[in-house]
Design a binder for this molecule. Sequence first.
Ligand code: FHN
Length: 562
Amino acid sequence: MQEQIVENKKSIDWFTESRFGMFIHWGLYAAIGKSEWTMYGQKIPVKEYEKIAATFNPKRFNAKEWVSVAKEAGMKYIVITAKHHDGFAMFKSETEPFNIVDSTPFERDPLKELAEECAIQGLKLCFYYSHVIDWHHPHSIHEHCNNTWDYQLEEKSFYNYWNRLVKPQITELLTQYGPIGIIWFDTAGGLSKKDSEEIVQLVKKYQPDCLINSRVSHWPNFGDYQSKGDNEIPMYGEGTKAWETPMTLNKSWGYNEQDDNYKTTESIIRKMVTIFSKGGNLLLNVGPTSLGEIPIPSVEKLKEIGAWMNENGEAVYGTKESPFPYEFDWGAITVKGKKVYLHIQNNKWSTGSIRINGFKSKVKKVYLLSEPHLNVPFEQNSVEFVGLYNLHLNLQNEPPSEFISVVVVELEGELQIDSTFIEQSGMIKLDLGHSIIEKEHDHNVAKWKVKIAEKGKYEIRLITYKKAGTNWADEFNQDMILRFGNKTKNVLPKEDKIVTDSDNCQYPYSEVQSHLGTFDIETIGLFSLELGSNRIKEKAKGPEIWQAEAVKIRTIQIIKTN
Ligand code: FHN
């Protein structure tokens, strides 16, 4: 399959250049208004659930409006649920009458209308298809989540479902709606490699340029790019192929009338630029109502995001990830040719300056993206014998954009940086993904090398992401072994600080910071840092099932305290 990924290079380009798409979770469940898992959660019998179709009449659905909302937000593609886990097809299906045209008073095919409108407005249309979970069909089999209130598991025959529903419906989707950007598969627990390959071949047979996400299963053998876990922003060092984070605007995918837990626009934009700076795409979700409207708070958020994208799109579309293998506390970096874009959080402008260590390229000029005539004063200096190169910017004016303001650093030549870990203004984050993991006795040790440019006291913190409802003491009940330079400490991490809205982390996870120790650094140079624990796992070879982990170790943060 490696060959196939290379063959698809051309079609993956539109995806990586686009960076930003709209996810739409829309189905019969919108009429219940409690999100898309209600049928399963309440064990609603198929016969009862089917009755909802008779009342489903999304009269206010307007494809032109939906596509315009996406386009004005700066989104370049739309992924809509053609069939979610409830088995209801949101398109005219000859294969199965449980579909929006044949079993509702609405009688229209919204996917056809969206396909026409996307073609007019220049967005790629993509279809989500739940290929393994289907609570309506008597023969679908998933490893965990089946309809066992209507059907007996032992009476199911998977290929009855696979051959008579899944394959024909995917064929319909690929042959009746013009070119499709992605078939977005989901929750494939239990699907065999053979079946997974078969569905990949089916998609490629009808539309060779159509991309397939990793949740088709058996990634990296199959799938053109990786879907990260829901609401998961990966750490550095977790895979280099194209990837995408599916993210909710509030806490739900399908329409949930009680969920007004919207993220702030600032928080979304911070997460967005973090994703872009790591080379990923953001697929941001809306859950329209049963009348066919995108909820007003979602539209308002998307308008604000659109205003930001409109001003700063140059620093997003077609850019590459930051070459620095770690996060900065002031914001994030994207790169295009000889331009380096610094996405600086507005609350950092008041500090008056930003210093980037490890910046080797000669800088030609620095200016504000939104006001290119306004130059930003800068200095470059280096201490070559210790390999320190820094770029210092003076942020004299007020931030020019709302939320995050972009500064363009234009280079004389190609971008060159020192890619070792170097503390940045007294701080650096070392992600587990970039450590070398070695086995010692009964546990693993994660190892990094880090360059310290200033003498002083340094605090070491552990950053983990904890799932809501997890009891910390159950997860961490043994000391970790921390080695920094030639000093060693045994420490049991505690929940010292909880951050509910960090740039990388969101519901159902929150960031936990644990103080591990403080060390005196008396000479500048390269230090080794090691963390040993039975909680450090070998690096995942395939996709991680993000949702399954109660606590995920992410990062060691080093902070200069004086
Ligand atoms: O179970 C689904 C869920 O309803 C939703 O569609 C998300 C979107 O990524 N995918 C599954 C859970 O990972």
